[in-house]
Ligand binder design. Structure first.
Ligand code: NDP
Length: 275
């Protein structure tokens, strides 16, 4: 063996100086981000460098100011996602405004509470349309757009990330929330199916399952002191979550740090499912 084998190798410049969580130059479309978890995720993605496009039912709120204060672009498009016929037009407006979507966060969701014996078809349809049907058809539309980008940009295309917001009720039955449990269980199935079909095309599909988070969605629950106390006692971390608690998981799944993660559901629940 010659001495030259031990000569120090020339130091190559790093292939990419980017931090793996850096989202600069990426555009994230977040549904229902005026409030709650969506707002927490939009701000976290903006902190990591992404520009934000909001697909909201109501008019823009504080989230716009928070994102802009971070020096990121914030574009809002209004759409009622319970009406899947509105999705094509909404996405066309989004693309006219920002050109390209790199990250989709399917966050918009509602809940209706009643015993399974009394549950109405109206409440069933409202929840399924918003929480599951729109998630599927918006993902389909965005995935088609991402594949167009891939075809046009070739090796320059950096891949697409789709993140679904699931729930503890994706794993557990719950009570008095039949359509919500069905929809959120379905979100898990679709996360796996989309990952199976799209991973090989450069689109990453994963989900986040939040635990009990203090938002409008859980306000009624929190007003029931007995039930709220029971929940708190069962959370190993000893507190309810805040919308900002979901930010790190979203940044991870949206970033190149998660480039080999497909079809996974990351629980952010203070340890609830560990119990
Ligand atoms: P919020 O009620 O604060 O947020 C829900 C968001 O969804 C709102 O911005 C709402 O918009 C939007 N939205 C609802 N319906 C539609 C629609 N038809 N079209 C467009 N946007 C719509 O609740 P959370 O932040 O808690 O919920 C966010 C997600 O997190 C949901 O998918 C929920 O199921 C999930 N989740 C929440 C948990 C929690 O403990 N809070 C636990 C597990 C999952 P608008 O303000 O205009 O009504």
């Amino acid at each position: 063996m010659s001495d030259s084998c031990f000569a120090p190798a020339p130091v190559a410049a790093p292939a990419s100086p980017r931090h793996p969580f850096d989202l600069q130059g990426r555009v994230a479309l977040v549904t229902g981000c005026n409030t709650g978890i969506g707002a927490g995720i939009a701000v976290a993605l903006a902190q990591a460098g992404a520009d934000i496009v909001a697909l909201n039912r109501s008019e823009a709120s504080q989230t716009a100011a928070q994102v802009q204060a971070l020096g990121r672009r914030f574009i809002a498009v209004q759409a009622d996602l319970s009406d899947t016929a509105a999705i094509g037009d909404a996405l066309a407006q989004v693309l006219a405004a920002c050109g390209q979507v790199d990250i989709l966060v399917n966050n918009a969701g509602i809940i209706r509470r009643a015993d399974a014996l009394d549950f109405t078809e109206e409440d069933w349809d409202a929840v399924m349309n918003t929480n599951l049907k729109s998630l599927f058809f918006l993902s389909q539309a965005v995935a088609r757009h991402m594949l167009d980008c891939a075809a046009r940009q070739g090796a320059q295309w950096q891949g697409g990330k789709i993140i679904h917001i699931a729930s503890l009720l994706s794993f557990q039955g719950g009570v008095r929330v039949p359509s919500y449990t069905a929809a959120k269980s379905g979100v898990l199935g679709l996360t796996r199916l989309m990952a199976n079909e799209w991973a090989g095309k450069g689109i990453h599909v994963n989900a986040i399952a939040p635990g009990y988070i203090e938002t409008n969605n859980t306000e009624a629950l929190r007003q029931d002191a007995g039930r709220a106390g029971e929940i708190l006692q069962r959370i190993p971390a000893g507190r309810w979550g805040q919308p900002a608690d979901l930010g790190g998981a979203a940044v991870f799944l949206a970033s190149s740090a998660a480039d080999y993660v497909h079809g996974h559901t990351l629980a952010v629940d203070g340890g609830w499912l560990a119990r």
